[in-house]
Design a protein around this ligand. Structure first.
Ligand code: ZN
Length: 408
């Protein structure tokens, strides 16, 4: 089929006015000016979207659809440890059926907001076969062994079994040791080892809150007290920053290389020597920033410019609705730009398209409109009054037309 629109925003060069995209099966096969595309692919079905911008579907690089049903349930707390107590109390009320409904509702909402690919962490990988995902999904099994560190290997192996059964042909799978305060070094190392061997992705939460920093660096604070109260061994606290601990757990010996390829969520809390480590170590991980969840928790400022200038690939994610109001990446781009006025609308859009494709290990097929890329496309109204990227970032409605994996 050929899809024509007022403008094609390819994220692969300047936007193409009166452009068209040719799609065959689940792939884009050609893109250019409409007259050229229609001449090269004559006889194909034509879909004319009229006064719209056609762009790559958006990529949410960090989300927990398990908690879609917790929208508005937890008011912001004074302490991060208090928030964890609150979400644990809410989770205790939920059944497997509630989680299934929550995940299903989340997929529908993400899609309504133009998200065609999602990196979704679930604490219940065994439920995946019961979920019909209508968008491209990377399923990450979220792993916590704080109450049973002796079972780290078993936990990883069981998650792998569930993930493999559920392997979604249009996306992929991965492991997500939750965070340094809930997952043991063994759990991180086992996850890293298996992911390397089987070519899975890896993600984790790192250096999110001030309380995580004070727990690990100073051996003090509300999170330290809370984790100690539930029986966590605390001998890794009082010495190093979260980043230094992460690097020493799974990076190269001596901390000279960062754990490459990991998708690191948050990274809000960085000490001066962390920046030195990021600057001098080889290897790079990907970073996901969740602007509205960041605001909800009132975390320290995210060092966007510094991290970007050091060459880190930075994406956006919504995180879960236990700390956000909806799953719109358009709203996420706007929230991000409110705090980063120097970032252009185009750069914000890159963070939910091209950069997401890189983080998910598919830079050659995901996140742009170019021949051989997945036919994951969305259309939004375009009046052409302002810059097209500005119009896209300002868009605030449901996305009425999209293709996911070539299907409309
Ligand atoms: Zn998260």
């Amino acid at each position: 089929m050929i899809i024509r629109a007022r403008v094609i925003v390819t994220m692969d060069g300047p936007p193409i006015e009166n452009g068209a995209v040719a799609v065959s099966g689940n792939r884009i096969i050609d893109v250019g000016k409409f007259p050229e595309i229609s001449a090269r692919h004559s006889g194909q079905q034509l879909i004319d979207l009229g006064e719209q911008a056609l762009l790559p579907g958006l990529i949410n690089a960090h989300c927990h659809l398990d908690y879609t049903c917790l929208r508005g349930q937890i008011p912001p707390k004074k302490s991060f440890a208090d928030w964890i107590r609150s979400i644990n109390a809410e989770k205790a009320k939920l059944s497997a059926q509630d989680y299934l409904a929550s995940i299903t509702e989340g997929f529908a909402e993400a899609k309504r907001f133009g998200t065609t690919t999602i990196a979704n962490l679930t604490a219940f990988p065994e439920l995946i076969p019961q979920v019909a995902s209508s968008i491209r999904t990377w399923w990450f099994a979220e792993l916590i062994d704080v109450r049973s560190p002796e079972r780290a290997n078993e936990l990883v192996d069981r998650a792998i079994g569930a993930l493999k059964q559920a392997r979604d042909s249009s996306g992929g799978i991965g492991l997500a040791p939750h965070a340094l305060f809930t997952a043991s070094t063994n759990l991180y190392r086992r996850s890293e080892e298996i992911a390397q061997r089987e070519n899975f992705l890896l993600t984790t939460h790192l250096a999110e809150s001030r309380e995580e920093m004070s727990m690990f660096r100073d051996g003090a604070g509300p999170l330290y007290d809370f984790m100690r109260s539930i029986g966590r061994p605390m001998d890794d606290c009082g010495h190093r920053t979260p980043l230094a601990l992460f690097v020493s757990a799974i990076g190269a010996p001596g901390g000279r290389a960062l754990p490459a390829g990991w998708i690191v969520a948050h990274l809000n809390e960085l000490a001066k020597r962390d920046f030195e480590l990021l600057e001098t170590s080889s290897g790079k991980f990907h970073v996901v920033h969740s602007p509205r969840s960041h605001d909800y928790f009132a975390h320290s400022a995210f060092a966007f410019e510094t991290l970007r200038d050091l060459g880190f690939n930075i994406c956006l994610g919504t995180d879960s609705l236990a700390s956000n109001e909806n799953l719109s990446l358009f709203a996420e781009m706007r929230a991000f730009r409110r705090g980063e006025a120097a970032v252009s609308p185009k750069e914000a859009l890159e963070m939910v398209t091209v950069n997401g494709g890189r983080a998910l290990g598919r830079p050659q097929i995901l996140g742009r409109i170019r021949a051989n890329y997945f036919a994951d496309l969305i259309a939004i109204p375009c009046r052409g009054i302002t810059d097209v990227f500005e119009e896209i970032v300002a868009f605030d409605g449901p996305v009425d037309w999209m293709t996911v994996n070539g299907r409309i």
